[in-house]
Each structure stands twice: as structure tokens, then as C-alpha cells.
Design a protein around this ligand. Structure first.
Ligand code: CA
Length: 375
């Protein structure tokens, strides 16, 4: 078994309805995928979380290290790649590049061994994963609370028992929007909020206090990811669990986040934080800190499949007889690439998505669609 080819693809799809979050607007979705093929034609797919064009250059730079290697020796290859990116790859897009390569190698290894990635990661603890709907972004509308309430009701109608909404427009506006959504969905649905790092410690503490009556499952990325001290202090000032980690990288980054007691829930992006290899280590580290692992997932079916396989192998900590299930993020915002680039198309039934059982990640890429949208 020998790796023969490493190919990168950047694809783009325009959105029908632009939407925005606390930092900026989305008018299109762009993704970088990597395909790794062995000498017998078997292949695996990986995906980058990060700037696609830069990631493509990084993967092209790393490709000679992989070509000729044994696709079954994933941790060996991972270590070589980590050594290569060195001090320039302590975080950021170079880590995203090795994440995508790693995911493609897990997919390829599963196909070569005839096993789903979940089995190779140690074995499924469940055949379907509980997901929460991510949506409830901001749009240009005269009645944002009303629009959010309608969207939230649609997720309940689709069977979701948990969802996450954007905040970060300002305390008064956030409070109005959360109130509208909570009133629309009732008290039995889990509701989480995500500020995408919009607030100072003082603002976040004030907002958290105002949101406490609304049964918030977690407050995600209230502060800048660099403000470790702020996260730690905020946790002392609210009863709402604090979540974060989509802007953190590698085991060493998560060691700092977890050992500093910054978050109650760790949210690495598998396509950014170091791939399945490193995120399995991060999940183990988090469990040792009694912190739950709920991956950030905002990409195509490749990224989502990687999340399904990994989360299917995890348990919530601490253990107890009536154990809640680990959650995976299920992006419901408009993304033609997520819906059309890969097969099968993932759908939630009663808030759960089955874990693919086919070898590898259990997905394939529609090459016609990919090439038609390639940059
Ligand atoms: Ca987020």
C-alpha cells in the first residue's frame, strides 16, 4: 500500500439569502477538500476548516512528505507533518492543512481495511448521534425576533430537541432575540447561544446574568479566544456553562484551555484542530478534565461524517446511570456545498443522525458537482 497522489480542490457556491453573525456576513460558501489516492486507486477525502486558498497552498507544500507513504501508518504520517509545520504551525491554517490530510487518510485506511472509521477509532458506543440544529443567524429583515422565532419553530417541527442561535449584536438586541426564540420553542427544547467572540468580559458577564432565566444550555465563545483569564473569570460569574474551542488548535492548545478551566464544553473543529488523530487525543484529555467534547462542525458532508464517527465513540462525563448523549453540531444554515457535494445527504430523524457503516467515512464526493463549482 502506497500513497500515490494528493489532490486539492477549492469549490464555491453562492447563497440565495446572505446571512450574518456577530463578526461579518456570508454571501457564499467556499471549501477546500483534499483527495488522497493510493497506487491501486483507493482514495480518501478530507476537508479543511480555514481559508481555502491558503490551505490548498499548504497541502500542496506538504504533499511530497505523504506521497510514497503507507496510508495505514496514520500517526507516523501525522507526526512527520507536525514536525514539518514546526513553530509556524502551532495554530492556524497549517494545522488545518494537516487536519484535512489526516481525515483523508482515515477515510482511505477504512476503505483499505473494509471498516468504518468509527470502528478504527475504537468502536461505536451508539449507532446514531444526537445532533443540535445550528442556525438562527441574523438576516436583513424588519422583524428579526419574529423571523428567528419562526425558524426555531421549524427546527422543533423537524424533530430537533436542541438548537443554537447567534447572539453578539448588543445586549439589548440579544436579549430580545433570545426571549423570542425561547417563547417560540417552550421550555422542553435545549437552547444554546453563540456570540462568536463579540464581547468584553464585562459585557459577557452582564449578558449572561440577563440570559440566566432563559435556560441557556451553553454560552459559546463569549470572549476573544486569546482571553484565557477572561474565560476563567466569566465561568465564576454565571451559572450558564461556557463553551469554546473552534478557534483552538492541537492538543497543546486544548491543554491550556482545559487546564486553565476556561470552558465547560470543548468544541474543537476536527478539520482545524488536528484531524481525527489529534481530536481523539483532545477528547481523551477533555474527559480527564471532566469536560465534555462537542465538536464544532460547519463544513460539508466530509467534515460532518468525521464528526459523526468520532462522537459515536465518546461518552459524556461524568458517568451515571441515566447518561445524556454527546452532541454534534448540525449546521442548518444555507450551504449548497454541504447539501450537494457529498453522498449520502445527511438528515436528522427525531434529532439523531445515523453513523455511516460503509468503509471509511462512508461518504463520497460528487465529482461532477465539485468540478462544476471548482475555483
Ligand atoms: Ca461557534
Amino acid at each position: 500500500m502506497k500513497i500515490e497522489r494528493v489532490e486539492t480542490f477549492v469549490a464555491k457556491a453562492a447563497l440565495e439569502t446572505p446571512f450574518y453573525f456577530s463578526q461579518s456576513a456570508f454571501t457564499e460558501r467556499v471549501v477546500c477538500l483534499v483527495k488522497i489516492t493510493d497506487k491501486d486507486g483507493a482514495y480518501g477525502w478530507g476537508e479543511v476548516y480555514g481559508p481555502p486558498a491558503v490551505a490548498r497552498a499548504a497541502i500542496d507544500w506538504l504533499a511530497p512528505l505523504i506521497i510514497g507513504g503507507d496510508p495505514l501508518q496514520i500517526e507516523t504520517i501525522w507526526s512527520e507533518l507536525r514536525k514539518k509545520i514546526g513553530v509556524f504551525g502551532r495554530s492556524g491554517v497549517l494545522v488545518s492543512a494537516i487536519s484535512a490530510i489526516d481525515i483523508a487518510l482515515w477515510d482511505l485506511r477504512g476503505k483499505l481495511l473494509g471498516q468504518p472509521v468509527s470502528a478504527l477509532l475504537g468502536g461505536r458506543r451508539r449507532d446514531q448521534v444526537k445532533v443540535y440544529a445550528t442556525g438562527l443567524y441574523f438576516t436583513q429583515t424588519a422583524d428579526l425576533p419574529g423571523a428567528l422565532a419562526d425558524e426555531a419553530r421549524s427546527y422543533v417541527a423537524q424533530g430537533f430537541s436542541a438548537m443554537k442561535m447567534k447572539i453578539g449584536l448588543g445586549i439589548a438586541s440579544d436579549l430580545q432575540n433570545v426571549r423570542a426564540v425561547r417563547a417560540a420553542i417552550g421550555d422542553d427544547i435545549d437552547l444554546m447561544v453563540d456570540a462568536n467572540c463579540a464581547y468584553s468580559l464585562a459585557e459577557a458577564a452582564r449578558l449572561a446574568q440577563l440570559l440566566e432565566p432563559y435556560q441557556i444550555g451553553w454560552f459559546e465563545e463569549p470572549l476573544s479566544p486569546e482571553d484565557y483569564e477572561g474565560y476563567r473569570e466569566l465561568r465564576q460569574r454565571t451559572t450558564i456553562p461556557i463553551a469554546g474551542g473552534e478557534n483552538e488548535f492541537l492538543l497543546a492548545g486544548f491543554r491550556r484551555l482545559l487546564a486553565s478551566r476556561c470552558v465547560d464544553i470543548a468544541q474543537p473543529d476536527i478539520c482545524g484542530a488536528g484531524g481525527l488523530t489529534e481530536c481523539k487525543r483532545i477528547a481523551t484529555l477533555a474527559s480527564a478534565f471532566q469536560i465534555n467534547f462537542t465538536p464544532h462542525s460547519w463544513g460539508t458532508g466530509v467534515a460532518f461524517a468525521a464528526g459523526l464517527h468520532l462522537v459515536s465513540t465518546l461518552d459524556v462525563v461524568p458517568g451515571r446511570m441515566r447518561l445524556p448523549e454527546p452532541l454534534l453540531e448540525f449546521d442548518r444554515s444555507e450551504n449548497p456545498l454541504r447539501d450537494k457535494l457529498t453522498r449520502p445527504r445527511f438528515a436528522a430523524v427525531d434529532g439523531y443522525v445515523p453513523v455511516p457503516t460503509a468503509p471509511g467515512l462512508g461518504i463520497d464526493v460528487d465529482m461532477d458537482y465539485l468540478l462544476a463549482h471548482q475555483l
